[in-house]
Design a protein around this ligand. Structure first.
Ligand SMILES: [Zn+2]
Length: 102
């Protein structure tokens, strides 16, 4: 559970985020180094072996706190509500992170 979500940063670590930033999260994890990732097709990453979708095959953000990689997080503008932010992930499905068709 907890596949499509948004939240507030409480510990930015070494990322460029600040405490209090509202973020949504690309729940597809990938290695970033295999040929598919380098082509912008992270959803077909060869190194995650079917364990890449947060909230499907591993625990998601249906919890008080969630820890994730900052490169998968996107800062939300104030004009995007929490409910609308939950729709960002499904809208990313037909495209890759680079914006090209999957
Ligand atoms: Zn990969």
């Amino acid at each position: 559970m907890g596949h499509e979500f948004c939240g507030v940063v409480v510990d930015p670590g070494d990322s460029n985020f600040s405490i209090g930033d509202r973020v949504t999260f690309w729940a597809n994890l990938s290695c970033g180094t295999c040929d598919m990732c380098r082509m912008g097709k992270e959803h077909l990453c060869r190194n995650v072996h079917g364990t890449n979708y947060i909230g499907f095959v591993c625990n998601g953000a249906y919890a008080e706190y969630f820890v994730g990689r900052s490169q998968n997080a996107y800062k939300l503008p104030d004009s995007v509500s929490d409910v609308a932010a939950g729709l960002i992930d499904p809208l990313m499905v037909p495209t890759t992170r680079s914006g090209s068709p999957a």
